[in-house]
Design a protein around this ligand. Structure first.
Ligand SMILES: *Cc1c(COP(=O)(O)O)cnc(C)c1O
Length: 360
């Protein structure tokens, strides 16, 4: 068996150690005589798994006690509607920073429910930077301010946490989840889909300050009401049991390698190898301004569509898969999440150097 280096934006690579552990426990979890896949979500054994997953979220992010950790379904996209339904119920106003496609989608969904404005955006330069904001930009009576922290498609990361004063701040961290430490106390809600950096597709982890709960609109479907999930320990209905178990294994892996400080160190080192190459290359360049570059998603272009296509094809043949860029940026994108080993990035850069020599 030879495993490829998978640069997919999501679903994406999982740590090999985690896959091996899951494989070893596949037929029988501990001494239960059954797979986690087959377990009742109400069993004592499963309760331990979900409790442990939650405890790891709390430990790694240092989550303050007045926050709930929820495991939700429907992907981040479902939360684009759940967020206004749960939290836009005071003045019915919300302010959005739109720094890429996911923020735009979240804004469009929220706009169906109330008075929603785009406070800042970076569409003028095809989202190649993260817009600057200051406290005065936001409406004082907004129920919340929303932004996407890491723009998976465009490869930007917010270089600062927006100052919103007393207005609750909500952020989508799907593509930078557990990639570095984050001061949760600065936020009312931090949430993200698992399939970029935490687990296979199928669960959203939401960290929500308790005072935000209990304000959902009456029309909110029960399944979208975060209070309902909080009151039921994320077991109002059957949770995605196996995916939550995979979250537990990945979070254990992060803890064992030294937690989020260590994860950040590794992610900086990996990204530097790739950006240094792009900045020195005559053929390829990064599409993002240096100060707002993501550690997770690295789009780059050659400026020549045929050359890009040739590269993507040859890269796949050499075992570097999924480096085709998203259509709105074009070119290539290497997603180098937590599970991508540093060798994967080193070898990709070697490959790109060789390709540049051979094709110029
Ligand atoms: C992938 C992604 C989404 C969409 O997630 P789904 O689980 O497919 O709904 C939302 N936000 C960000 C930042 C993403 O990277």
């Amino acid at each position: 068996m030879s495993r490829v280096y998978n640069f997919s934006a999501g679903p994406s690579m999982l740590p090999e150690e985690v896959l091996k552990k899951a494989a070893a426990e596949m037929l029988e979890y501990k001494s239960t005589g059954q797979s986690v896949m087959e377990m009742s979500h109400r069993s004592k054994e499963y309760k331990e798994i979900i409790d442990e997953a939650e405890a790891l979220v709390r430990e790694l992010y240092n989550v303050p006690d007045n926050y709930k950790v929820l495991f939700l379904q429907g992907g981040a996209s479902t939360q684009f509607a759940a967020i206004p339904l749960n939290f836009m119920n005071g003045t019915g106003k919300a302010d959005y920073i739109v720094s890429g496609q996911w923020g735009k989608r979240a804004y469009e969904e929220a706009a169906r429910y109330g008075d929603v404005v785009v406070t800042a955006n970076s569409v003028d330069k095809n989202y190649s930077y993260f817009p600057k904001t200051k406290k005065e930009d936001f409406r004082e009576d907004a129920d919340y301010v929303y932004y996407c922290m890491n723009n998976t498609i465009f490869g930007t990361k917010a270089p600062y946490i927006p100052d919103t004063g007393d207005i609750p701040l909500i952020t989508d961290v799907s593509s930078c989840f557990f990639s570095e430490p984050l001061d949760i106390s600065k936020f009312a809600v931090v949430y993200g889909g698992a399939q970029k950096n935490v687990a296979p597709a199928g669960v959203v982890i939401a960290i929500v300050r308790e005072d935000m709960l209990g304000k959902a609109r009456d029309i909110t479907p029960k399944m979208l009401n975060w209070q309902v999930h909080a009151d039921n320990g994320s077991m109002y209905n059957t949770p995605p049991c196996y995916i939550i178990y995979m979250c537990k294994l990945v979070l254990e892996w992060i803890k064992e390698l030294g937690g989020l400080e260590e994860m950040k160190k590794r992610n900086i080192a990996k990204a530097k190898i790739l950006y240094d190459f792009l900045d020195s290359s005559k053929m390829f360049s990064s599409t993002v301004v240096p100060e707002d570059r993501s550690l997770m998603n690295v789009p780059f272009v050659s400026g020549d569509k045929e050359l890009d296509a040739k590269l993507i094809k040859e890269a796949a043949e050499a075992g570097f898969i999924n480096i085709k860029g998203y259509k709105t940026v074009g070119g290539m994108r290497a997603s180098i999440y937590n599970a991508m080993p540093i060798e994967g990035v080193e070898k990709l850069v070697e490959f790109l150097k060789k390709f540049e020599e051979e094709n110029s």
